[in-house]
Design a protein around this ligand. Sequence first.
Ligand code: C2E
Ligand code: MG
Ligand code: MG
Length: 589
Amino acid sequence: MNLADTVAIRTLVVDDDDVDREKTVRILQKTGLVIEAVEAANGAAAMQLLTEQRFDLVILDHRLGDCFGLDLVGRIRDTPWGPCPIILVTGYGDERLAVEAMRDGACDYYSKSQVSAATLRSAIEAALRWSEVARQLADAQDRLHRLSFFDVLTGLPNRTLFFERLEQAMAESRRVGSRFAIAVLDLEMFKEVNDALGHAAGDAVLSQVSLRLQALGRLTDTIARIGGDEFACILTDTSSEAGIAAFDSSVRAVMGEAFGVAGQAISIGVATGTAMFPDHGSDVTSLLAHADQVMNREKRSTHGVSPTDDEPPLSRSSHERAVFLPAQLTRALESGDLFLEYQPKIDLSTEEIVGLEALVRWRAPGGGVVPPYRFIGAAERTAVIYPLTREIFRMALDQAARWWRDGVRLGVAVNASVRVLDDPRFTLTVADELASRNLPPRILTIELTETALISSPLQARAALSELARLGVTISIDDFGTGFTSFRYLRDLDVGEIKIDRMFITDALRSRRDSAIIRSVAALARGFDVKIVAEGVEERAAWSELRRLGCTIGQGYSIARPMPADAVAPWVNAWRLRLRALEIADPGGF
Ligand code: C2E
Ligand code: MG
Ligand code: MG
């Protein structure tokens, strides 16, 4: 930093002795820095100026007419413009006090008898560097606050803040003996938009939805984004069924019109669920659970129909797919048209393979392969997700047992919809499937997407704890796409976090993304959680991701998902290459 070239450093010189003060100003002019000095002859005048104007620096005499400089240090640190660095000026014998002042936050001190332009200059440079760091720290804290309580994309309160406000509304309502309503809203077909048109389109939809909901204005006083495509409102002024019905129809009216995204008009449905406090629940969890239940009932009644149909799944629009898919999937399950591909995860330091993720595919009637995003979302909305998940686990564990028999001793990760955790038999089934194949539970990782996990009911969380107790690793997939509350990391037995590829793709170029990765990794270390970078497309990113704290990597630069029979040859080739590298460079990494 070349301070001599920067704009004038606004310096407040506080000294009750006119001669000393002028001397300080003279020395300041000789430092070679561009200084704009303003003078104050006592503590009160200084504090007055500091509340009215912004200063870059305060040079503060210790013995002032009306007080001691030491007493002002703490107060000057917190000006309306943020922290302002202070250099304390001491007379003879005041050095010990000066040290105390530094403990209170002064940056430096000098003695009147020994001061020179050169010492003052270096003290000023150090003080300005301190204030730059302090400013960055304050900014970071500010950002952290926003990240913790607000959704980055829409600017709406996030789940954490929603819960806080809901608690407040409940306390207020208990105090005055009133009722109020809450509403949860879930977008339909959002995942399809996201998958088919990309994250940018999905983000655009979410922003527009948030604007439309905010336009509901006085009907609701808090609108929060509590999940990927889930919103929630606190309707403080709604205390009757009629009020709820009015809210419902307003939501439908604003959401009914098409959204303009990527040059296309897209219709997004919305399912809503409401609950009244205290009628439907006396605490946050039970009230939300009630609203969720109402919403799920509505969803089931609109999507549960599955007319038989012979059309291949690819030929339909997403809306139609949601209706026809369950029946087609049921048939695909019966005729064995689903299969798994496997994508390796490697240790980013040693490059050893640490496991394989199973990814489901559907062999379509016409010979094409349907990727999971075309059917998992729709399947999740109906009961077909249960047999589908069972089949996926069965296939993955069969395959794992085969590999173990053949000496390929690798863990297998299976993606699961959080919804299946509601089934009380799920944990038992997983335990049985492992035991019947003589597989130790630690070989299994279950990947659950972040957004689904956060809004999951208590039963799902209990199931996760049970699985973790068994020894199965719980992995949070697509981490970062949901919201920024880390609270549930503490509550759940999470063993692995997969940072969404959205952040990984730009980790090399975007400082923000790399900062996010670094913070998540630092946090995860505290919880003893493995950090996986997913979607690593460039070999060049490996070392950077490792540096940011990711322990494991997965992505096209390592290997694309491959059919089961390709795995053993790939593993052998990979290990041979590693061994060859070790021999060529025994000391290397
Ligand atoms: P996911 O679990 O996050 O899986 C990673 C997805 O990213 C896979 O897509 C994979 O092929 C893709 N991918 C991997 N490396 C890269 C890369 O370097 N660049 C890019 N651009 N993409 C990469 P896939 O197989 O289409 O799966 C999509 C999603 O579908 C999965 O995301 C998962 O959420 C879901 N899914 C897949 N299989 C299953 C399953 O068996 N059950 C359930 N419930 N969901 C599944
Ligand atoms: Mg996954
Ligand atoms: Mg993922």
